[in-house]
Design a protein around this ligand. Structure first.
Ligand SMILES: Cc1cc2nc3c(=O)[nH]c(=O)nc-3n(C[C@H](O)[C@H](O)[C@H](O)COP(=O)(O)OP(=O)(O)OC[C@H]3O[C@@H](n4cnc5c(N)ncnc54)[C@H](O)[C@@H]3O)c2cc1C
Length: 469
C-alpha cells in the first residue's frame, strides 16, 4: 500500500488528508504531521461568552467553489451563512473621517456611474483621470506587472491611493507596488486585453449579465449564493468536520518535521524528537520557507527557490462590546485605510454586522487588522501593545472609548505569502524542479492562491495525482 506523509495540518494539509481518507478506498496509508498542538493552521474560531471570534479567515469566496462544495459534502449545509448584504457597505478612512466606498465599486473599478460621481471620496480631477481609462490603449506585451503599476496606468494615482491599494491591502496584506497582477487579479488583465480597458470591460459584462437574466426569465428559482460565506459557529467548523472524518491515528499533532531525505526508493521524514517515518510520497503543506528548510538536503536548488517567496506578519484584534456602549452605528461591513493615511490599522471588520451569530444579544464584535507589508513590526509586538494600538485607533477613528467585554488577539508571524511580480513564473519553476523528485508534492497558500478554496483545491488536485494509476 502506498505510504503518504503530509507535513502540516492547516487547511491544505487537512484537505489532502480528508480527500485521501474519503477517495482512496483504503488504497493509501496516510499520516499527517503537524508541529502545533492543534490542527487547522490559520483557521481558528474561538467561541467565548456567546461571541464567535475568528483569529484568521472569517469567510471564504464562493466563486471558487471548492470550499462551498466541501462544506455541503461534510453535511454543514444548514450552518452555511452568507454576509448580511442589506448592510453591505465598506467605508474608506480619508482626511480624518470614514467615507462610504461609492456603491458599485468592484475592488478597483466603479460599475455604477451616479454613486461614483456623487462620492466625495475622489476629487473631480481624480474622477476625470479614472474616466480616461476608456481612451487609454491596452498594454501590448503580456508580461506581469504590479497591481499599483496597472491601476496607476489605467485609472490614475488617486484611484490607487483611495480605492485599489486599501481594498487590496485588506485582502493580500501586501504592497500594491510589488503585488503581481497576473497572480492576484487576472480578470482585470483579461478585461484590458479583451475590451481595451476596465470601464469598457465592466460595461460589456453588465450588458452580458442583463442579457443572461432576460434569457433566463425570472432566474432559475434557486436562492442566490452570497459572494462570501462562513459557518454559523465559525470557519473552524469546516476543519473540525474534516478532522472528524479522518482516521484519528493518522492525524498527529506536536510532530515537528525537521528534515526530509531520500532513503533508497522512499523518503525519510525526520522529526525533532529523533523519530523517522518512511513514505513513498511526501505532501509539503507547510509555509514555503519551512518547506525550503525541510528539502535543503534533498535539493538545495529547490530550497533556494522556495525561500524566495516572501511572507509578512499580521495580527488581528477582536473586541466585543456592549451595544449600548458603542455610539457608532456600525452600518456596514467595516472600513479600509489607505497607506497614505499612516494609521496603525490596515482595515477593520464590523464582524457582527457583516455576519449573524457573531455576538450575543445587545453586544457587537469588531475586528481590527494590524501589520502587513508596511507595518510588520507593529504586528510582531507584545500582545498588550497590539491590543493597545487597536484600541487607540478605534477611539480615534470610531469614537469607541468603552472597555471591551472580550479581547482576543492573534499574532500571525510570517503568515501571509506575498504574490510578488513574477510569482506565476516562480511557482512554475518551483513545480518543475519539484517534479524531478518522484512523489514530492507542494500544497498550500504559497503557490496557487491564498484563499481557503485555493488551498482545498490544492489538496483535491494532489489526491487525484496520488490516486492516478
Ligand atoms: C489574519 C488572516 C485572515 C485571513 N482571512 C481569510 C479569509 O477571510 N478568507 C480566506 O479564504 N483566506 C483568508 N486568509 C488566508 C487563509 O487563511 C490561509 O491562506 C490558509 O488558511 C493557509 O492554509 P495552509 O494550509 O496553506 O497553511 P497554514 O494554515 O499556515 O498551515 C500550515 C501548517 O503547517 C504547520 N507546520 C509548519 N512547520 C511545520 C513543521 N516543520 N512540521 C510540521 N508541521 C509544520 C503549521 O503549524 C501549520 O499548521 C487569511 C489569513 C490570515 C492570516
Amino acid at each position: 500500500m502506498k505510504r503518504v506523509v503530509i507535513v502540516g495540518g492547516g487547511i491544505a494539509g487537512l484537505a489532502t488528508a480528508y480527500y485521501l481518507q474519503t477517495r482512496a478506498q483504503g488504497k493509501v496509508n496516510y499520516t499527517l504531521l503537524e508541529s502545533a498542538p492543534v490542527l487547522g493552521g490559520k483557521i481558528v474560531s474561538a467561541r467565548e461568552k456567546g461571541f464567535v471570534v475568528e483569529g484568521g479567515p472569517d469567510s471564504f469566496i464562493t466563486q471558487k467553489t471548492h470550499a462551498l462544495e466541501l462544506c455541503r459534502e461534510l453535511g454543514l449545509g444548514n450552518d452555511l451563512m452568507g454576509t448580511n448584504d442589506a448592510a453591505r457597505q465598506v467605508f474608506v478612512w480619508s482626511r480624518g473621517k470614514l467615507h462610504p466606498m461609492p456603491d458599485g465599486v468592484m475592488l478597483i473599478v466603479p460599475t455604477k456611474i451616479m454613486p461614483f460621481l456623487k462620492s466625495p471620496l475622489i476629487s473631480w480631477r481624480g474622477k476625470m483621470r479614472m474616466g480616461l481609462d476608456a481612451f487609454i490603449p491596452a498594454k501590448r506585451d503580456d508580461g506581469d506587472e504590479s497591481l499599483a503599476h496597472f491601476v496607476r496606468r489605467r485609472l490614475g494615482d488617486e484611484a490607487l491611493d483611495k480605492i485599489a491599494e486599501p481594498m487590496i491591502a485588506g485582502i493580500y496584506v501586501a504592497d500594491a507596488e510589488d503585488l503581481s497582477l497576473q497572480s492576484t487579479f487576472p480578470r482585470f488583465l483579461d478585461m484590458e486585453n479583451k475590451y481595451g480597458g476596465l470601464l469598457r470591460g465592466v460595461l460589456a459584462q453588465k450588458r452580458a449579465a442583463s442579457q443572461t437574466r432576460r434569457a433566463n426569465g425570472k432566474g432559475n428559482g434557486q436562492a442566490p449564493v452570497s459572494m462570501f460565506m462562513t459557518l454559523r459557529h465559525g470557519v473552524q467548523q469546516l476543519t473540525e468536520a474534516m478532522i472528524a472524518q479522518c482516521d484519528a491515528n493518522a492525524l498527529r499533532v506536536n510532530q515537528r518535521v525537521v528534515r526530509v531525505q531520500r532513503a533508497s526508493d522512499a523518503y525519510a521524514i525526520c522529526l525533532d524528537d529523533g523519530a523517522v517515518l518512511h513514505a513513498d510520497a511526501v505532501v509539503f503543506a507547510a509555509p514555503s520557507y519551512v518547506t525550503a528548510e525541510l528539502v535543503r538536503d534533498l535539493d538545495s536548488a529547490l530550497a533556494a527557490q522556495l525561500a524566495q517567496i516572501r511572507y509578512v506578519s499580521t495580527a488581528t484584534v477582536s473586541l466585543g462590546y456592549k451595544r449600548a456602549e458603542v455610539a457608532h452605528p456600525l452600518n456596514g461591513f467595516g472600513f479600509v485605510v489607505p497607506r497614505s493615511e499612516k494609521r496603525k490599522i490596515l482595515a477593520c471588520s464590523w464582524s457582527s454586522t457583516k455576519f449573524s451569530h457573531r455576538a450575543p444579544e445587545e453586544h457587537v464584535l469588531i475586528r481590527a487588522f494590524i501589520g502587513g507589508a508596511h507595518n510588520e513590526a507593529l504586528a510582531e509586538q507584545d500582545e498588550a501593545l497590539v491590543i493597545q494600538a487597536a484600541r487607540e485607533e478605534l477611539r480615534a477613528m470610531m469614537g469607541i472609548d468603552a472597555k471591551p467585554v472580550i479581547t482576543q488577539v492573534y499574532r500571525w508571524r510570517k503568515a501571509n505569502p506575498q504574490y510578488e511580480v513574477g510569482h506565476q513564473a516562480r511557482v512554475a519553476s518551483i513545480e518543475q524542479r519539484a517534479a524531478q523528485h518522484n512523489g514530492l508534492y507542494l500544497v498550500g497558500s504559497a503557490y496557487h492562491g491564498v484563499g481557503i478554496p485555493d488551498c482545498i483545491a490544492d489538496g483535491a488536485r494532489v489526491t487525484q495525482t496520488l490516486l492516478a494509476p
